[in-house]
Design a protein around this ligand. Structure first.
Ligand code: NAP
Ligand code: G4F
Length: 364
């Protein structure tokens, strides 16, 4: 019999890839979406099935992490085998503007789902989307043994969610596991995160639609990987015999400046001609250096990312060129074909999603 999964944050970058992965593994997938006055499902439109269709395997339910009102009933009625809790206010700089809201949705949201599982009395496996932001100013490389020192309301909220997940494991013997994921990016990354902001700007500058790119701190170092590989890591974490916590990352760190250099030079452009500092993108406290020690995941999950920094940049620039209507240079596309020959391919996953984004059509 096929397994049933519930995903919070299904409309986000990771939620959309995870849905594709699980449908490919024959799961029945349920997702929680927020009611919005405009379409907010463009990342999953290409896989959504008509509600009237027989035997559909993707189901959406309205809900908001700021209230627990319907989660116990929903989970009791659904009886999921696995819950992937990905929903969050996930933008670090924005968390300084709305710290209380971030604590509520990103922190307490985790407790609301854990409590709903406990109250419903069902047995299922729970995944918490933890973040390398929890390490904050801790000395790199960071592993499962590195003490947390968050530097933002977002990071602090994720630390709370992390320890609640551990607590439900210890107190109630729930299979609740934390993934501590370093930055992972893709053509579906939100446009206000620095990687996508850069690759989108590169495509627009290349085609004369934009002349300047305003950024904040260019010295911060991040361990950037490719999102589809990380959702596979999430799935592996929930397939282990016992629940535990795992760091996922590439083990390579680069500065924002390195990212600019790589993205602009791919199209023979010099980033220095276009990039300017805007202090509004600086943070009251910065995380300077994140670098994963993912050796535990390599050993126990047999998880090893195949897409590294340079390849990631090329995939993202190619996709943003295609999104803007230009034939991509093609190196990124070729990398996917060569290295990612399984469920995630350009034609099925990148192009289809770009087409859907152009004409978002999912109704309620
Ligand atoms: P994302 O693209 O920002 O997606 C966040 C998801 O959460 C969206 O589906 C969003 O819905 C939903 N959401 C936000 N507020 C909500 C609320 N009040 N109620 C219900 N749903 C809500 O994030 P992502 O990059 O896919 O990341 C997935 C998870 O991993 C997040 O928890 C993030 O903090 C964590 N994480 C991400 C990374 C990374 O590098 N990507 C690294 C470590 C951890 P809308 O579409 O309606 O906004
Ligand atoms: O792309 P970012 O906004 O990602 P950040 O802050 O590392 O957070 C992301 O990764 C976390 C995992 O470590 C996730 F948990 C979190 O949900 C999110 O997905 O910023 C990356 C770096 C920062 O140092 C920032 O200061 O880029 C720097 N930066 C410089 N200029 C900028 C900009 N960031 C953004 N968003 N916009 C800028 O203009």
């Amino acid at each position: 019999m096929s397994k049933r999964a519930l995903i919070t944050g299904i409309t986000g970058q990771d939620g959309s890839y995870l849905t594709e992965l699980l449908l490919g593994k024959d799961y029945e997938v349920h997702g929680i979406i927020r009611r919005a006055s405009t379409f907010n499902t463009e990342r999953i439109d290409h896989i959504y099935e008509d509600p009237q269709a027989n035997n559909r395997r993707l189901h959406l339910h309205h809900g908001d992490l700021s209230t627990a009102e319907q989660f116990t009933n929903l989970i009791y009625n659904m009886q999921p085998d696995e819950i992937y809790h990905l929903g969050a206010q996930s933008h670090v700089r924005v968390s300084f503007d709305v710290p209380e809201f971030t604590g509520d949705v990103t922190g307490l949201g985790t407790t609301r789902i854990l409590e709903a599982v406990r109250n419903s009395g069902i047995t299922c496996r729970f995944y918490q989307a933890g973040s390398s932001e929890m390490f904050g100013s801790a000395t790199p490389p960071q592993s499962e043994l590195t003490p947390f020192h968050p530097r933002s309301p977002y990071g602090a909220a994720k630390v709370y969610g992390h320890w609640m997940t551990v607590n439900y494991r210890e107190a109630y013997r729930m299979f609740s596991a934390n993934g501590i994921l370093f930055n992972h990016e893709s053509p579906r990354r939100g446009e206000t995160f620095v990687t996508r902001k850069i690759t989108r700007a590169v495509a627009r500058i290349f085609t004369g639609k934009q002349s300047k790119l305003y950024l904040g701190n260019l010295d911060a170092r991040r361990d950037w990987g490719y999102a589809p590989e990380y959702v596979e890591g999430m799935w592996r974490i929930l397939q282990q015999e016992a629940a535990s916590d795992y760091v996922l990352g590439t083990g390579e760190a680069h500065t924002v400046r390195d990212f600019l250099e790589e993205a602009f030079s791919y199209l023979d452009l010099d980033w220095r001609e276009y990039v300017e500092l805007d202090p509004r993108y600086l943070r009251p406290a910065e995380v300077e250096y994140l670098l994963a020690d993912a050796s535990r995941a390599h050993r126990e999950l047999e998880w090893e990312p195949r897409i590294k920094f340079r390849e990631l940049v090329r995939i993202m620039v190619d996709a943003d060129l295609e999104a803007i209507g230009i034939t991509p240079k093609g190196v990124g596309r070729a990398i996917l074909e060569e290295k990612f020959g399984e469920w995630h391919q350009w034609a099925g996953s990148v192009s289809k999603c770009l087409e859907a984004a152009a004409g978002s059509a999912l109704g309620d």
